[in-house]
Design a protein around this ligand. Structure first.
Ligand SMILES: Cc1ncc(COP(=O)(O)O)c(C=O)c1O
Length: 381
């Protein structure tokens, strides 16, 4: 069982930070890697050809380990989730009348690329709606599964909903998409790193994750997995790095038609980012030491009492089996004044996110049960 790890972070001591889903604070080790990397640029003559490739391979291996994937060549560095999903959408074959299935109110980076492709191809977007009342999460899954049919070309959703933590049943969705020959694309941004995820088990066609939340890396990093469906895909930008044999610097103007194999063809230009990449790698190393399972269990252990108390106060929280424990929404009693509450949170240095009718709280191994109590005490006031 993990114990509290706040000593590994430089978070201000008087802050109650329940907003990892917005942005993770840097680990000290990540900060140090970043400073060393910034300093290294003072003397760029130390950089050799292998520095453009080896750290990228190490990063891929670290992520492959985190998501239980045997082949690091199926992992690729991306610039953002929108970049990754655009790459996926541009390489998804869509015909007139096909359906693209998303969850309602999912994050826009996993919507806009699909709306563009739908317009181009005559496919249509369908949104699976959340359930009502106490069976919100359960019915959301039922609705989603019922909407998968022979017209479904692709289902592209998160492992959990980004605003309220509702868990989507990936195994069941994978099974049904296979049955109907539909692709299954996962935006793992709000879960991978803090919730166990296995490529071997789920076998998605692609998984895309931002680096700066549950992967604990710097902003402007993202990483993805691409399955065999995309092996002949075309990247959304033409850079030298993702062409075959780009390692041969002296021969770069011997232009090549062919891309790197597997996911390597989708690598973002300047993938070997000498500052962000060492930071990202340090973060992933730490996650692999902690393990997503232990992080999830830690979050559960510090929130179990809090959820009981919040429910007793009249707040609604999704049934435990249909939500994550590192991120969930707290629906406030209707009489509560949200603007006043926001002011109170600010006065007490409490950082959460207001998402629609929910207060989204999200935590990590730097949080304690005490943080949850601080949050509850303000609600009680
Ligand atoms: C579910 C989800 N996906 C993606 C992102 C970020 O997308 P992008 O990297 O395109 O900015 C966020 C940010 O909050 C998110 O919550």
């Amino acid at each position: 069982m993990l114990t509290n790890q706040r000593h590994l972070f430089s978070l201000d001591s008087d802050i109650c930070y329940l907003n990892n889903a917005f942005m993770a604070p840097s680990l000290k080790s990540v900060e140090e890697a970043g400073i060393a990397a910034v300093k290294a640029k003072n003397n760029p003559y130390h950089l050799g050809v292998t520095d453009f490739y080896d750290p990228v391979i190490d990063l891929k291996k670290e992520f492959a380990k985190l998501v239980d994937c045997d082949d690091h060549e199926r992992i690729v560095s991306l610039a953002s989730v929108s970049y990754g999903i655009s790459t996926v959408a541009h390489n998804t074959c869509l015909n007139h009348g096909d359906e693209i299935l998303l969850a309602e109110e999912q994050f826009p980076s996993n919507v806009y690329a699909w709306t563009r492709r739908a317009k181009q191809s005559g496919a249509c977007i369908r949104f699976a709606e959340a359930g009502e009342g106490n069976s919100r999460g359960r019915d959301w899954n039922v609705n989603l599964l019922e909407m998968i049919n022979d017209r479904t070309a692709v289902v592209s959703i998160g492992n959990i909903h980004w605003a309220d933590g509702t868990l989507f049943d990936l195994k069941a969705i994978r099974e049904k998409t296979k049955k109907h020959n539909a692709l299954f694309i996962i935006d793992g941004t709000q879960s991978v790193g803090a919730l166990p995820f296995s490529i071997k088990e789920i076998k998605p066609d692609a998984l895309i994750c931002a680096g700066y939340k549950w992967l604990m890396g710097p902003y402007s990093t993202a990483i993805g997995y691409f399955g065999e469906y995309f092996d002949q895909g075309i990247p959304i930008e033409e850079n030298w790095y993702n062409r075959i044999n780009s390692e041969q610097f002296a021969d770069l103007v011997n232009y090549r038609e062919e891309y790197k194999p597997k996911a390597g063809r989708f690598a973002v230009g300047e993938s070997s980012n000498f500052i962000l990449l060492p930071m990202f790698k340090k973060a992933l190393e730490q996650l692999n030491v902690w393990t997503p399972l232990a992080i999830q269990e830690y979050c559960k252990s510090i929130t179990t009492n809090a959820c009981e108390q919040l429910r007793a106060l009249g707040c609604w929280i999704e049934e435990d089996q249909h939500r994550a424990h590192h991120l969930f929404g707290v629906k406030l009693p209707s009489h509560m004044d949200k603007d006043e509450l926001k002011q109170k949170f600010a006065q007490h240095n409490i950082h959460v996110s207001m998402r629609g009718e929910f207060v989204r709280i999200s935590m990590h191994v730097y949080n304690t049960e005490e943080d949850l109590n601080t949050f509850i005490n303000v609600l009680k006031q």
